[in-house]
Design a protein around this ligand. Structure first.
Ligand code: PLP
Length: 386
């Protein structure tokens, strides 16, 4: 008999990927793709050039586990406005945010422990906690509360076995974001319960209507930030990110986990990212201007449709509208849209609390967004009998 671990048997592939794979079978190339969250831009050309140059110069070897000191120092400096004395020892380069998240959960979570995780969630969080032997302890981020948790909801879930709380602002999938006052309340909750605060800020450079509100340097040092260059420099396929903490004990444990997960990150690519940080620092803002125009377009179109209600997000590149078609759940609506040539994700791909919602990633051009929205409008009108 073929046996697999309980951990492998207890987790399932994500719904987002399932829809994406199905879309190609069903709708082919003509489908308008609001499915996967990756920028439709290419990395800055200076980074691509630096990558090939570094390879040609022989930078094709293992690096130290935490990564290239010059890159780590540069990253630390990008956060000096939050914590002035950060340096390279506070940063460990990872092979993506995904890699960083696993390092963090491996370092913090064991059997019997639970981690407070937002729901709707980025689909990796709960399985990662399970892989580490712990229990995801889901807290709601509701449409009614602008996708920000209430302290009451957190208080009613935290218990003696809670070791950490994860916040993700700007959020995937909701686009939810916090004000400074909300951030301070959420930090006070973590502090009151002496929890590790894991802050996933991979969308920190994709914010529209004001500066990014970081959980770093906000008066609580038991904090670990997970970061990625996937969205910041449109390099999802390069697989590079980092973890950062002002807590040196945490850094030692995290770096140890990083060693056992991938030993180190990619040598030449670290030079490429350093070049991007030094020579294309304005690149994310340029991308962001386009995302903002798309956000305005998609929100306007969705909010004009009967039965649809959409918050205007202030960060990331997702909208998570409430879509009401009597008698149909979000998966059925997403399937009907797929048949109508539009790929989006049912809200339940991000946890049961996503029921009643769809997620659209506006990572396609404005013309495609408009074409997709025409289709959504027609399909929903047909389903609702409007
Ligand atoms: C909230 C969030 N965290 C982390 C990641 C991981 O990013 P990557 O593994 O590409 O660095 C993603 C990717 O979509 C995300 O949306």
């Amino acid at each position: 008999m073929v046996r697999f671990s309980e951990r492998a048997n207890s987790i399932r592939p994500t719904g987002v990927r399932r829809m994406f794979d199905m879309a190609f079978d069903m709708a082919g190339d003509d489908a308008v793709q609001f499915g996967l969250g990756e920028p439709d831009f290419q990395p800055p050309s200076v980074a691509i050039e630096a990558f090939t140059r570094a390879m040609n110069e022989g930078k094709n070897k293992y690096t130290t586990t935490a990564g290239l000191p010059a890159l780590r120092q540069k990253i630390a400096e990008t956060w000096h406005h939050r914590i002035p004395d950060l340096d390279e020892s506070n940063v460990c380069i990872t092979m993506s945010g995904t890699n960083g998240l696993l390092d963090i959960f491996l370092a913090l979570v064991g059997p019997g422990d639970n981690v407070l995780i937002p729901e709707p969630y980025f689909p990796l969080y709960p399985p990662d906690v399970v892989i580490c032997g712990g229990d995801p302890n889901l807290y709601p981020c509701t449409f009614e509360n602008d996708f920000v948790p209430t302290i009451d909801d957190l208080e009613s879930r935290v218990d003696d076995n809670t070791v950490a709380i994860l916040y993700n602002f700007p959020s995937n999938p909701t686009g939810g974001n916090v004000t400074e006052a909300q951030r301070d309340e959420l930090i006070a909750f973590a502090s009151d319960h002496d929890l590790w605060l894991i802050t996933d800020e991979v969308y920190d450079r994709i914010v529209y209507d004001g500066p990014h509100v970081s959980f770093l340097g906000a008066g609580y040092d038991k904090v670990i930030m997970v970061q990625s260059f996937s969205k910041t420099f449109a390099m999802t396929g390069w697989r590079i990110g980092y973890i950062l903490s002002p807590d040196m004990d945490a850094m030692a444990q995290l770096t140890k986990m990083q060693y056992y997960v991938t030993a180190c990150s990619n040598d030449a690519m670290q030079y490429a990212v350093l070049e991007a940080l030094e020579r294309a620092p304005e690149y994310p803002e340029e991308m962001c201007a386009e995302f903002k125009a798309r956000r305005n377009l998609i929100c306007e179109r969705l909010n004009a449709m009967p039965g649809v209600s959409c918050h205007v997000p202030t960060g990331a590149f997702y909208v998570f509208p409430k879509v009401d078609v009597p008698g149909m759940n979000s998966e059925e609506i997403a399937m009907a849209l797929l048949e109508g040539g539009v790929l989006c994700s049912p809200g339940t791909s991000f946890g049961a609390a996503g029921e009643g919602h769809l997620r659209f990633a506006y990572t396609i051009g404005r013309e495609d967004i408009a074409r997709g929205m025409d289709r959504v409008e027609a399909v929903l009108a047909g389903l609702r009998g409007d």
